[in-house]
Write a protein that binds this ligand. Structure first.
Ligand SMILES: NC(=O)C1=CN([C@@H]2O[C@H](COP(=O)(O)OP(=O)(O)OC[C@H]3O[C@@H](n4cnc5c(N)ncnc54)[C@H](O)[C@@H]3O)[C@@H](O)[C@H]2O)C=CC1
Ligand SMILES: CC(=O)C(=O)O
Ligand SMILES: [Mg+2]
Length: 586
């Protein structure tokens, strides 16, 4: 599988050709524009025409030489967060160098620019702040929203907008204006591993205040220091923003990230018919977990409807996963929706979600179909709050799959994991909470407590676990980054009006088909994140093929042409030849 992915990547890189680009900037202006800046890699001819000869040291470097120097500089930073800020500054200076450097050391640097280190950068945003990026739309300037939006976008072709309102960032909750750093990280991954031109991607943060008391009291906080706006005012603000996107970029994909679960579902259902919208925490996580589950049941040689699935944490991610697995059972295995629903046991902060929990605390609409009847649990121990714990659920139903999206570190206790291993031969355990410190159980513990029988995947990177035969068991990263850039690229490539459920499932199937566990059940369940560019390319191809098949694509080419079209549109970080033109880009 690794060889296949290497071949895919090689063919994309061979395909990409250096183009020439017309630019209307000279001197300091071009050096300060990260899209066009080449630093010491400006050629002698370019130095001449762009007025740079006296502004640069004389030696012309290749991109490889620049990467070598930048990597050596990076390695002098002694903590992940210092490496993160160094790389962030580099992105502000020179896109090609930044993306090229990270791509060369992808496996090592993804955890620096994404989860877990980006979580720290988000929490410390106001203290680490150096330079703005993308667009900030703030509630108290809502009447000027269009003006502010156009100021930053006028004349730009935009394919993709990544937005967030910061209510539930990664697993670290409400981070106010720190939201900027999740939007930029998610957007950067579209370019780094999804093949999208960064100039056509736009991160937008929606600052509607924060309920994070620490931020409200921080004198250095750079956002709107105000309680989070909710209710109708919030809905109107978001609507104003979405209508702006629809008006100016009707063919763009609008990616929603880390919204609070109630708003996340509301927004998705409100706009899914009128614009290509995508919620990564719901749909991206659902898709990657479906692929990972398919790979795991390939190992256990069972089918999806054979599973008894416990989802611990019924928020955006947990319910996105539940819906995706449920829909796959209905579509592929031909069982009724009601029967498929019965395979799931949802646990949230009040224990197992039963009729009693529904009556006492209420449940959201998306949870209702999975509420367990009280009658099923008579005779089962309830705790002092009359709640049914994970352990009791495991003991009673003997789950085959246990998924964690709760942000509760250590919630999968030794007792619970051991009970699970007693109830089935190869327990499938995915503690997906990010960042790594919030994981429900570490893979090392889950592996030890199940005597190496567990099939494992996590949301953030973890070191391999030792199998009883002494071999390393590589822990698959079941992170939506393995699929969302490809889902988005596929939708944009095919100019699809929607990113439909069937397009998402097509992407998940393609990812599952790339599982190293298909070759050897002791292998990781998903491809290594180091192969993310080739994996996401394959996902994009599958998505675009599906869009063409179901008639939602806005292109006139056939499924057979998709692969070559995708290669031609894939952005890779190489310096273009720059030509001065007064009517060119700025
Ligand atoms: N691996 C991946 O690709 C992804 C991982 N995640 C991670 O999943 C976690 C949850 O994210 P979201 O679903 O967006 O957040 P969320 O806030 O929507 O959901 C968290 C859920 O956990 C529940 N919960 C809290 N305490 C609990 C407890 N003691 N027992 C059981 N449930 C409890 C909450 O009530 C809530 O329903 C985060 O750590 C996030 O980083 C999210 C998206 C993708
Ligand atoms: C990965 C991701 O989207 C999250 O943890 O929220
Ligand atoms: Mg997220």
């Amino acid at each position: 599988m690794a060889n296949t992915l290497q071949t895919v990547r090689k063919s994309i890189l061979t395909h990409s050709q250096s183009q020439s680009v017309r630019v209307a900037l000279r001197g300091a202006a071009i050096l300060n524009q990260p899209r066009f800046n080449k630093g010491t890699a400006f050629t002698a001819k370019e130095r001449e025409i762009f007025g740079l000869r006296g502004r640069l040291p004389s030696r012309v470097n290749s991109l490889d030489e620049q990467c070598e120097r930048a990597y050596a500089q990076l390695k002098t930073r002694d903590t992940p967060i210092r490496m993160n800020t160094f790389l962030h500054s580099m992105k502000d200076q020179n896109w090609v160098l930044y993306y090229s450097l990270v791509a060369k050391h992808l496996k090592e640097l993804l955890p620096i620019i994404y989860t877990p280190t980006q979580g720290e950068a988000i929490a410390e945003y106001s203290h680490l702040f150096r330079r703005s990026e993308g667009i900030y739309l703030t509630f108290n300037a809502a009447d000027k929203m269009e003006e502010d939006f156009l100021e930053q976008t006028r004349g730009r072709d935009i394919d993709l907008i990544v937005c967030s309102d910061a209510e539930a960032i990664l697993g670290i909750g409400d981070q106010g204006v720190g939201v900027r750093a999740i939007c930029t990280a998610k957007s950067a991954l579209y370019s780094l591993i999804g093949g999208m031109d960064p100039a056509r991607c736009l991160p937008i943060s929606l600052d509607v205040g924060t309920d994070n008391q620490k931020l409200l009291e921080d004198p250095l906080y750079v956002g709107w220091q105000h309680k989070r706006v909710r209710g109708q005012e919030y809905d109107e603000f978001v609507d104003k923003f979405v209508q702006l996107v629809r008006k100016h970029y009707p063919h763009s994909l609008l990616h929603f990230e880390d919204f609070g679960v109630t708003n996340a579902y509301k927004i998705l259902s409100r706009y899914k018919e009128s614009h290509a919208v995508f919620n990564d925490d719901i749909q991206g996580t659902g898709a990657v977990t479906l692929a990972c589950t398919m790979a795991a049941i390939g190992v256990t040689r069972t089918k999806l409807p054979d599973q008894r699935i416990v989802v611990f944490g019924a928020g955006s991610a947990g319910m996105g996963i539940t819906k995706q697995l449920r829909d796959a059972m209905v579509a592929t295995d031909g069982i009724s929706e009601q029967e498929a629903n019965s395979k799931f046991y949802l646990i949230d902060r009040y224990g197992l979600i039963t009729e009693r929990v529904e009556h006492t605390h209420g449940v959201r609409d998306d949870v209702k179909a999975y509420v367990r009847p009280d009658s099923e649990w008579t005779g089962v121990a309830h705790d002092a709050n009359a709640e049914i714990s994970l352990l009791e659920v495991i003991k009673k139903i003997k789950p085959t799959v246990l998924i964690g999206c709760s942000t509760r570190p250590g919630a999968f206790t030794k007792e619970a994991i051991e009970a699970m291993a007693e109830g089935c031969e190869r327990p499938i355990i995915f503690p997906l909470s990010n960042p790594d410190r919030l994981v429900e159980v570490t893979p090392a513990d889950a592996n030890e407590w199940t005597k190496g029988k567990a099939l494992l995947a996590t949301g953030s990177p973890f070191p391999p676990a030792k199998m009883p035969n002494g071999k390393d068991y590589i822990i698959a990263e079941c992170n939506n980054a393995l699929i969302y850039p490809g889902l988005g690229f596929g939708a944009i490539l095919s100019k699809s009006r929607h990113l439909s459920e069937s397009m998402i499932v097509a992407g998940a199937r393609r990812l599952a088909a790339l599982s190293p566990a298909l070759e050897d059940p002791d292998n990781a369940l998903l491809p290594d994140l180091g192969h993310a560019p080739a994996v996401n390319f394959e996902v994009a191809v599958a998505v675009a093929e599906q869009a063409i098949e179901e008639g939602s694509a806005g292109v006139d080419w056939t499924k057979e042409e998709v692969r070559e079209r995708a290669k031609a549109k894939t952005w890779v970080p190489v310096y273009p030849d720059l030509v001065y033109d007064e009517a060119g880009m700025k």
